[in-house]
Design a protein. Structure first.
Length: 313
């Protein structure tokens, strides 16, 4: 359905509501948004272009109140999410929505991506979106987590990892990998800074991304949202298996381990074929211990991926 033309002129009652409820509050809402995200933001909404979609609902007589409510709902959600995820999420929003403009517009994708409303990033602008026939419905939820994160993930970016991957790495790998690293180092009689854990995220992402685009791919659909968690768990599985075979207790095993993994480097990678197992395995090449899996087994049977560690020593 073609976009409706903007209203040439709004009624006096509607114009008054736009002035009193929207225009008189716009500067304060821009201030709130700017303070929240830590960089200057503006709000650019055309009331005359929104009003034709009122559908005899909330916006028909109270357009200014409706627009204000959408913006307040967006700010509320952004405040909640940035408090939960911290400055890293603020940086992501500012980077991916590089125009630093918040707007309100019609969802034109067919079929609609949302039931009532949602958001996306277009031309660097963060757009609150309403579905036709649903202007004014479920206003407060347009920027809720799953919707905003999907919008940020779909926003154009020249970064090697997607937003979903970066966020999962921050929350599930960076925040948790220290424990596995400490356990591995201790069993080798070394300090944390004497060993290297290399997750190879850029290469792993590229390999999985390519696999996801292949026809008939059996790669799990949530791979971007789990990449950090799963790689951290592969290293944790290594730490567990080292403890199981008593690397830290048996001098002979520890010596053999150190001889084999002479670089003190432990890396994760995705390969086309496995050599010794069906889901995941350990191989040692040029003094580096690699944890590896295939794209279609990424995240499968992680706890058993290092079960043949002793065989490689």
């Amino acid at each position: 359905m073609p976009r409706l033309p903007p209203a040439e002129k709004l009624s006096l009652a509607v114009r008054k509501n736009v002035r009193d409820e929207w225009e008189n509050n716009k500067a304060d809402l821009e201030r709130q948004l700017t303070e929240l995200l830590g960089t200057p933001w503006t709000i650019d909404i055309a009331p005359n272009a929104i009003w034709p979609y009122h559908n005899d609902g909330y916006a028909k007589e109270s357009l200014g109140s409706c627009i204000k409510a959408y913006v307040e709902g967006a700010i509320y959600q952004l405040k909640y999410l940035t408090e939960r995820y911290g400055d890293e999420l603020k940086a992501e929003i500012n980077d991916l929505s590089h125009a630093h403009v918040l707007t309100l517009d019609l969802e034109e994708t067919t079929p609609p991506r949302f039931s009532y409303g949602g958001c996306d990033v277009q031309d660097g602008k963060l757009r609150i979106l309403f579905v036709e026939q649903n202007l004014g419905t479920n206003i407060d939820y347009c920027l809720q987590e799953n919707t905003l994160f999907a919008a940020l993930n779909a926003a154009p970016s020249d970064k090697p990892l997607s937003f979903y991957a970066r966020e999962n790495i921050r929350t599930e790998y960076d925040a948790k990998i220290g424990e596995a690293k400490q356990q591995i180092a201790e069993q080798l009689g070394k300090k944390d800074d004497e060993i290297t854990l290399n997750p190879n995220f850029a290469d792993v992402f590229a390999k999985l991304d390519a696999a996801s685009k292949q026809k008939g791919s059996s790669l799990r659909e949530d791979w971007q949202k789990t990449i950090g968690d799963f790689v951290q768990r592969y290293f944790a599985a290594l730490a567990y298996q080292m403890k199981y075979i008593k690397v830290g207790e048996d001098d002979m095993i520890q010596e053999g381990f150190l001889d084999a993994v002479s670089t003190n480097e432990f890396a994760f990678r995705v390969v086309d074929q496995l050599k010794y197992d069906s889901y995941g395995e350990v191989v040692i090449e040029d003094g580096v211990l690699y944890l590896q899996c295939k794209p279609d087994t990424f995240g499968t049977n992680i706890d058993y991926s290092c079960s043949k560690l002793m065989d490689q020593l």
